[in-house]
Design a binder for this molecule. Structure first.
Ligand SMILES: Nc1nc2c(c(=O)[nH]1)N=C([C@H](O)[C@H](O)COP(=O)(O)OP(=O)(O)OP(=O)(O)O)CN2
Ligand SMILES: [Zn+2]
Length: 136
């Protein structure tokens, strides 16, 4: 019997959407106010969903305390109150869009979880804008 166990998390971070290889005009045309050279911030809400089989001995799919600890080290400690473009290695050459942030989070958590689990991350950049990534 497959089931999904989820943990919510939150962080805030600053970013700027732009491409170094584009002119200022093109960056502004494509990214608008998100291209502000002085950066801007978001309160990101994250849901991490792990799926798999319930262990009949423990009744757990995964110990949610362990999932909480991975999210803390891999996402919250790593991204909270950071300037993503300047302080987070993965975004030195990668535009920190919601899509790319979700992929980076997925990759970091994937490395911490047993391959028997499937993983999906849902990242809200604003209360109405969100992306979902499950590694496909
Ligand atoms: N596909 C994407 N589109 C946009 C992204 C993104 O990451 N992926 N990001 C942005 C901006 O960074 C930001 O998310 C938009 O903020 P804002 O303009 O404040 O959004 P809204 O006005 O729509 O605010 P709501 O609170 O959601 O109404 C833009 N596009
Ligand atoms: Zn933004």
């Amino acid at each position: 019997m497959r089931i999904k166990a989820c943990r919510k998390a939150h962080f805030n971070a600053a970013h700027r959407l732009y491409r170094k290889d584009w002119s200022d005009e093109k960056n502004f045309e494509v990214f608008g106010k998100c291209n502000n050279p002085n950066f801007h911030g978001h309160n990101y809400d994250l849901t991490v969903a792990v799926s798999g089989e319930i262990d009949p001995e423990t009744g757990y799919l995964i110990d949610l305390k362990i999932l909480k600890d991975h999210i803390k080290t891999e996402v919250e400690d790593y991204m909270d109150h950071k300037n993503l473009n300047e302080e987070v290695e993965e975004f030195k050459e990668l535009n920190p869009t919601a899509e790319n942030i979700a992929v980076v989070i997925w990759n970091r958590l994937r490395k911490k979880l047993d391959s028997k689990y499937d993983l999906e991350v849902t990242l809200y950049e604003t209360p109405r804008n969100f992306v979902i990534y499950s590694g496909e």
